[in-house]
Design a protein around this ligand. Structure first.
Ligand code: CS2
Length: 492
């Protein structure tokens, strides 16, 4: 039987190894949301920074619900293989930045202790857009979100991000320990201020004595994170075993490209992430908008349209000439919605994105990207659509993406297979589409979902008719014909 990856001895020369002795470095970061993206992104930057700049910056990784990450990582002393794939080839790197993995469910005392420890100076977060419980319309907590409701009722035993962090900041304050810096690494617009607003509102309701402390003392730098990372599968683990000669239950695969832009505000220090290629800046907002609208917005459009016509991966979509044309159209429309950013050429960024999407070695599922549309589309599609409307620009790309999303809500592919929607508002969506048989009715019902569309879009007739027209074609024709018609309307 193949030996399990649990130490660094005897690995093939082709496998990149950490440039440091892992046990010589203490833990300085607690990460909440121990999934593939964290392992491929922040853990990889931290691993490289530990090798280049050192410091006590290893990571205690916490999953809020699943016991799986800890069961996979701990028997391997936190080591895992990161397979980086580009069109040019693949390489395996062993990551040693995760010192231990915990599950809140089973290791509550250890999680609380890690968050309270003076050595913990940063808490990073990847719990997905829907994980926080932010009411996007107001920026305050959404009291109907399951974790928020639980934690407001029982703040001593929190299960969600807001409850856990407010409790930990309170414990640190009582013990006279400086607060940690909170670094949200999810694709939320202005993610630093968004988490700050969430914590302040949660504290206002559950721990008002901490309000001034959090407001004045805790730093919430914003950040733009980017690395396309499909969910790990048995194929990932098989590939890792082949490349390293070790069984690795925690292996992850990702693309070779990665980007991290971070607002440099860490009062209690940080790893030398810039040595690993992170860009430390004063203001992240323009980078974040570029990435959310160009990469993520186009991703959502191609995922909905592609999935409905039976295309399983992003690379498959890019091989379809009509859809790849619409990808380019969407990238260009999203770029037009942005203000110029010094040192960034949006055309070159669009070219690079199209190449990354086409990466034939990454099986990034359209279904994975399609989930949680109500949480993703406001910043990816509706915000640029509202701005395009305001400035009199063409709405076609955004209307097409939204129509494809509504078509996807019918839960039936063109070939007739059914699938689950997977969205926190799936019950409301099911209700909205149940008796709607026309494009007009679907558009009206979906745009009436509370807190999803910006008001300006719900009341504007230009937007409504562009959206209705595109959806109508998707309903009366086969989806691929609607895609073809849309692609042939693109003038390049
Ligand atoms: C994707 C992102 O699943 C999705 O919604 O658009 O996860 C995307 O792959 C990452 O943001 C890339 O950095």
């Amino acid at each position: 039987m193949t030996q399990r990856l649990s130490n660094l001895g005897g690995l093939p020369d082709s496998v990149c190894q950490p440039g440091y002795e892992p046990t010589a470095h203490g833990v300085g970061i607690v990460h909440l949301g121990l999934g593939a993206f964290h392992k491929a992104h922040q853990a990889a930057y931290t691993d490289a920074a530990l090798g280049l700049r050192g410091g006590d910056w290893r990571i205690a990784g916490v999953s809020l619900r699943s016991a799986e990450p800890a069961a996979q990582l701990n028997p391997q002393n936190g080591l895992f293989t990161l397979i980086e794939r580009s069109a040019q080839g693949s390489r395996a790197r062993i990551m040693a930045s995760i010192a231990k993995a915990l599950c809140l469910h089973t290791d509550r005392a250890d999680v609380t202790a890690a968050l309270a420890a003076p050595e913990t100076r940063i808490v990073t977060l990847t719990v997905t857009e829907k994980g926080y419980g932010i009411d996007r319309a107001t920026g305050s907590v959404d009291p109907t979100h399951a974790a928020i409701a639980h934690d407001l009722a029982d703040p001593q035993n929190p299960v969600g991000v807001a409850g856990l962090l407010v409790q930990a900041l309170g414990a640190r304050r009582t013990a006279g320990v400086a607060p940690f810096t909170v670094l949200c690494c999810d694709n939320l617009p202005e993610n630093g201020p968004a988490i700050r607003g969430l914590l302040l509102d949660f504290a206002r309701r559950a721990a008002p004595h901490l309000l001034d402390h959090i407001s004045a003392e805790v730093a919430f730098p914003a950040t733009m994170v980017d690395r396309i990372t499909p969910a790990a599968t048995d194929d990932t683990r098989r590939a890792a075993a082949k490349m390293t000669g070790r069984h690795d239950a925690a292996a992850v695969e990702t693309e070779a490209f990665s980007q991290w832009v971070i607002e440099d505000r860490f009062p209690t220090g940080r790893p030398g992430w810039e040595s690993a290629g992170a860009l430390m800046v004063d203001d992240v907002r323009a980078y974040e908008k570029m990435k959310l609208r160009m990469l993520n917005g186009t991703h959502s459009m191609l995922a909905y349209a592609g999935f409905v016509v039976g295309l399983e991966t992003v690379a498959d979509v890019m091989l379809d000439p009509d859809l790849s044309r619409l990808v380019r159209r969407h990238l260009d429309a999203a770029a037009r919605s942005l203000s110029p950013l010094v040192g960034v050429d949006y055309d070159a960024y669009a070219d690079a994105l199209a190449e990354r999407f086409a990466n034939p070695h990454l099986r990034h599922k359209t279904y994975q990207i399609a989930m949680d549309g109500t949480e993703k589309l406001p910043q990816r599609i509706f915000a640029p659509a509202a701005e395009a409307l305001f400035s009199g620009q063409d709405l076609s790309a955004f209307a097409f993406a939204t129509a494809a999303w509504i078509r996807y809500m019918l839960c039936k592919t063109e070939a007739g297979s059914t699938y689950a929607l997977q969205d926190p508002k799936q019950d409301a969506i099911a209700e909205a589409v149940r008796h709607a048989t026309t494009a007009e009715a679907l558009v009206s019902n979906i745009m009436a979902l509370p807190g999803v569309f910006p008001e300006v879009l719900t009341t504007d007739m230009t937007w409504r008719s562009a959206l209705t027209e595109k959806l109508h074609l998707m309903l009366v024709e086969e989806m691929h014909s609607a895609i073809r018609a849309e692609a042939s309307s693109v003038t390049s």
